[in-house]
Design a protein around this ligand. Sequence first.
Ligand code: NAP
Length: 280
Amino acid sequence: MTQKIKAGVVGWPIAHSRSPLIHGAWLETFGIEGSYEKLAIEPGTFQARIRKLVAEGYVGVNVTIPHKEAALAIADERDAASLAIGAANTLVFKDGKIWATNTDAFGFTEYLKSKGRDWAGKRALVIGAGGAARAVLFGLRELGLSHVDLANRTVDKARVLATHFATDTFTITPLALSDIAGFLGKADLVVNTTSLGMVSQPPLEISLEGLKPGALVYDLVYVPLETEFLRKAKALGHETLDGLGMLLHQARPGFEAWFGARPQVTEDLRQRIIDDLKEH
Ligand code: NAP
C-alpha cells in the first residue's frame, strides 16, 4: 500500500487559512492520495513541532503568521527569494533536511504576468513597506522594472527596504504617503501592499486622479475582493488586479514540490475561494 503524502499549513491562529481549500481542490483534480491540514502551532513551540512533523513523515508545510521568520531560521537550505525577503512561507522536508522558500513574490509576479504586459524598464509606485512589500520589491526586481517609488507611513521603513533591494539597474525612492500625488503621473503600475482597505481596517485614502493613463493598479488585499482603492481605479478606467490571484498563485510551488504535480489556477478554483470568503 502506498503511503499518503502529508502536508499542511502552520500558524497561530490558523482557522482563517484558505490554503487547505486550495490544496484540497488540487489533490482532488489530480486524484492524489494526499492530505493538507491546518496545524496550529503556538509561538515558542515552532522548532520542536516542525522537527516532529519531519519525523512523522510530512513532506512540508506552508507557514503563516507569526512563524515566517522562524521558518527561515530553522531551514538547512534557503533560496534567494526567502533570503532577500527575510522570511519563508514554504518549507519542503526531504531526507531529514528542511529547504525554505518564499513564494509570495512568485505569486505576485505570476498573477501580474497574466495581464500579458512587458514590465522590463517600467516604473512602479509601491505603497507600504512591511513583509508583503518585501516580496513585491523582490518580484518587481526579478521582472526587470527599472525604478520603484516606495511610499510608507513610516518613511524610515521605506528607506531600509530601498537600501536592501536597490541595485544599479533597479533604483528605489523612499517617500511619505503624503507625497504620493507627485509620483502618480510617472507610474506604470501602482501596488497597495498595506493592510489598509482590508475588512475591519480603514480604507486606503489615496486619490488616483493624475495617474498615468494605462497604468495598472494591483491591491494585495483580498477581503474584500474589490477594495475601495480598486473601485476608484476602475472608475478612472484603469485595469486592476486583486490579492486573491496572488494568494492562489503563491500556493503552486509548494504543491508541486510536495505532491509532484504542476497545478493550475483556474476560474473554478478562484470561484470556490470567493464563495468560501463570502460564507465566513
Ligand atoms: P505588515 O508587515 O504588518 O505591514 C503593514 C503595512 O501597512 C506597513 O507598510 C504599514 O505601515 C501599513 N499600515 C498599516 N496600518 C496603516 C495605517 N493605518 N496607515 C498607513 N499605513 C498603515 O503586513 P504585511 O504582511 O506586509 O501585509 C500587508 C497586507 O498584504 C495585508 O493586507 C495582507 O493580507 C496582504 N497580503 C496579501 C497576500 C496575498 O497573497 N494576496 C500576501 C501577503 C500579504 P507602517 O510601516 O508605517 O506601520
